[in-house]
Structure formats: C-alpha cells, structure tokens
Design a protein around this ligand. Structure first.
Ligand SMILES: C[S@@+](CC[C@H](N)C(=O)[O-])C[C@H]1O[C@@H](n2cnc3c(N)ncnc32)[C@H](O)[C@@H]1O
Length: 279
C-alpha cells in the first residue's frame, strides 16, 4: 500500500506511516487526473472508532466550532454535530467529497450545524475554529503548522489522526488500536521580558524563551537573581514558579491577554505583567 502511494507521487516518511493507516484507500475509485486537481493527501476516510476517539481527545462540546481540513465525506463533523451539537466547517479540494458531505449532512439532519466548502486547505481562513481536525500527512501538517500557530486563538485544540507535527511535540497522544492520535493546544505567545508587582510591594521580572508550548527562562525578585523553577504554558494559561535562596517558591498563574499577563488566581499578583526592555 505504501508503495502504491509513492507511485502516485506522495512523499511519505516511513517512520510515521504504516499500511494500516491507509488500509481503506480506494485507488480504483474516483480519479482526479482529468480535473487537473492536485490532492496533497489521498482520500482515506477515518473509521468510526477513530472519529469518536478524535472527538473525545479534543473534548468537543456544543460550544465548539470544528474545522476539518480535508474533510472527505464530512463524517467527523457530522458525528460532532449529531452527538455533541457542535458546529462544523469542512474544507475539501475535491468537489465530489464536498457533494458527499453535503448529502450526508442532509440525510442525518445536521445541515443547520455544518457548512462544507470546496477550497484548498492551505488557503482558507481558519481563525474561527476552536477545534481543528486533521487526517493529512506529516509533511502537510508541518506545512500547515505556522498558520495553526499564528492564526488560531490560544487554547484551540488541534487533533490529528496518525500524523504528527515534526518537532512540535503533542500535548497528548493516545493509541486507537494500532493508530496514534495526537493533540496539540495552541500556545499563547509569551516570549520576552515581563515585570509585575505583588500586593507585598515586591517586583518580579522574568525573561522568557519559547519553543511552541515549551517555556524556559530566568527570573529576578527586586532586582536580585532568583530561580525560575518552572514555567508551564497551556493555551493562554501560564504558571510560573519563582524561588529565591532565602524563601519558599512562589507560584503565579497568569492568563495571557493581548499585551499583558493578568492574574488568573489568588491576590498576590497586584498588577498585570507588562513587557519591559531587556536589561
Ligand atoms: C485522508 S482524507 C481525510 C478525510 C476526513 N478528514 C476523514 O478523516 O475521514 C484527506 C482528504 O483531504 C483532501 N485534500 C487533499 N489535499 C487537499 C487540499 N490541498 N485542500 C483541501 N483538501 C485536500 C482529500 O480530498 C481527502 O478528502
């Protein structure tokens, strides 16, 4: 099966792909050659068990809007609408798939919750998504990665059937039979130098570096070097634990807003953390 994909010109990374990932592939079915349409990924529908596991992994509720990029016959979005009352937007470059998806949504009576559009997934506006579902290839995920990180709101969940995102490690990973499912939470952008005051009149400053959701850095208390014991970022929530030699560790839970980090719990942090120049 993998060889057949290669013959069709798809670039594959052997380490991430197994025959079982593509066991439903129908090479004798619909041909896209005549239309001149170029698929980045062939059509292989997710099976029912995987659809449900993806929705569980993404913790989809009726408050979500799912975008399935390369939606095939729309089964992920129809399941999310039927079972969780979630809204969905399905994008596929293949008009035949879009027709199937519209028909399927009509049959199941969820057409008021889902919208399907024929478009290139690399070009559509995805900023309204709260959940993105992907069953693409890892090279396509990696090409999409900067747009996911820049255009989606912090906290948006991205789940992928079988394929990863290169050096962006998943926040969660689980097996469904022999297949890996991955989940990432879009991290807020927190790199830089931040300073805030506490209700005790202390001034904290941190210098944060960021690679995806991983944050490292340095800390100062009242101008004296302290230790940044941990920095955990999940979506728009940042927990910093700072320790000085003479005192116990102090923890700050902050919510990342446009240009400030505001206290998300407790009353120790008296002012929002604001960006300051590097010293
Ligand atoms: C592996 S199937 C996944 C279908 C569906 N998401 C599911 O899990 O059942 C990938 C889908 O991506 C579509 N596709 C491939 N390249 C695309 C592109 N550049 N833009 C939009 N859709 C694309 C294909 O037509 C196919 O339906």
């Amino acid at each position: 099966m993998i060889d057949e994909l290669r013959d069709l010109g798809y670039e594959l990374n052997d380490y991430s792909l197994s025959d079982s990932d593509f066991r439903d592939l129908d090479f004798d079915g619909y041909s896209t050659e005549d239309s001149g349409m170029i698929l980045d990924v062939p059509y292989v529908p997710s099976d029912e068990k995987i659809v449900h596991s993806l929705l569980d992994l993404a913790e989809v509720t009726n408050e979500d809007t799912l975008y399935d990029l390369g939606c095939g016959d729309g089964r992920i979005l129809v399941a999310a609408a039927l079972e969780r009352n979630a809204h969905g937007v399905g994008i596929d470059i293949d008009p035949m798939r879009i027709n199937e998806a519209i028909e399927y949504a009509g049959h199941t009576g969820v057409e008021h919750l889902v919208h399907f559009a024929e478009a290139d997934l690399m070009e559509v506006d995805i900023s309204a998504a709260t959940v993105v579902t992907l069953y693409l290839l890892d090279i396509v995920n990696i090409k999409l990665r900067p747009r996911l990180l820049d255009e989606l709101q912090p906290g948006t969940r991205v789940v992928s059937h079988a394929f990863n995102m290169g050096d962006w490690k998943p926040d969660q990973q689980q097996r469904c039979g022999s297949i890996n499912l991955y989940k990432w939470i879009i991290p807020a952008k927190v790199a830089g130098n931040w300073e805030w005051q506490t209700s005790k009149g202390e001034t904290y400053r941190v210098e944060l570096k960021q690679k995806y959701q991983e944050v490292t850095g340095k800390a100062w208390l009242n101008g004296e070097v302290a230790q940044l014991k941990s920095a955990l970022l999940s979506g728009d929530l940042l927990e910093l634990i700072v320790q000085t030699e003479s005192a116990r560790p102090v923890s700050f839970l902050m919510r990342c807003e446009l240009k400030q980090l505001v206290a998300a719990e407790g009353n120790l942090q008296a002012t929002p953390a604001l960006k300051v120049p590097k010293r």
